[in-house]
Design a protein around this ligand. Structure first.
Ligand SMILES: [Zn+2]
Length: 181
């Protein structure tokens, strides 16, 4: 994406997690950083007005529209290995594998799959610190608009997890559109 372009992610049928990462085009090592994003937004959830921040504390993207209201920064992505532990089975390569497959096209690898954004995934945190994936709150055709604040590489995985609430136990299609105003 070029600076100023907008990425619209549409949850066509609702309750569908979209795992997301982005990397600065001028320095792929300077990428989305969950901790900096949480610190600088002073919130663990993302919504309209939230910003995605990099390792070097550069603003990468701004959420300029959001019809859902809550997106996760904590839970990371599904993988064969973690699913084997928590469910005793898995869905194939999962979001970890999807990220690795796409990032390999840009010279990146598994070490570049860091804690990612989960759009349309609802992970309420209790006062005790307990957290878990709750049923998604996104409705059919909910969308989020992300404006690129720099030239960047954006990568996503439409979560194929059928074993928990990340995709409502039933993964469904999404739409991704890049446009300019
Ligand atoms: Zn996943």
């Amino acid at each position: 994406m070029r600076k100023g372009e907008i990425l619209r992610l549409v949850d066509l049928e609702g309750q569908q997690a979209i795992d997301f990462l982005c990397f600065s085009a001028d320095d792929l090592a300077d990428r989305y950083n969950a901790a900096n994003t949480i610190k600088l937004n002073r919130n663990i959830y993302l919504g309209k007005g939230s910003e995605l921040w990099s390792v070097r504390a550069r603003k990468m993207m701004t959420i300029i529209e959001d019809t859902c209201g809550s997106h996760d920064t904590l839970y990371g992505c599904c993988s064969v290995e973690v699913d084997d532990i928590r469910f005793g089975k898995n869905n194939g390569r999962g979001c970890q594998g999807n990220f690795e497959f796409e990032l390999a096209k840009h010279g990146l690898s598994e070490k570049d799959v860091v804690a990612n954004v989960n759009f349309f995934m609802y992970v309420p945190v209790e006062a005790s610190g307990d957290l878990a994936i709750a049923p998604g709150i996104s409705k059919p055709t909910d969308y989020v608009d992300l404006r690129a604040e720099m030239d960047l590489l954006a990568v996503l995985s439409n979560c194929p997890e059928a074993l928990n609430n990340a995709a409502g136990f039933k993964p469904t299609p999404i739409r991704a559109i890049v446009y300019s105003l």
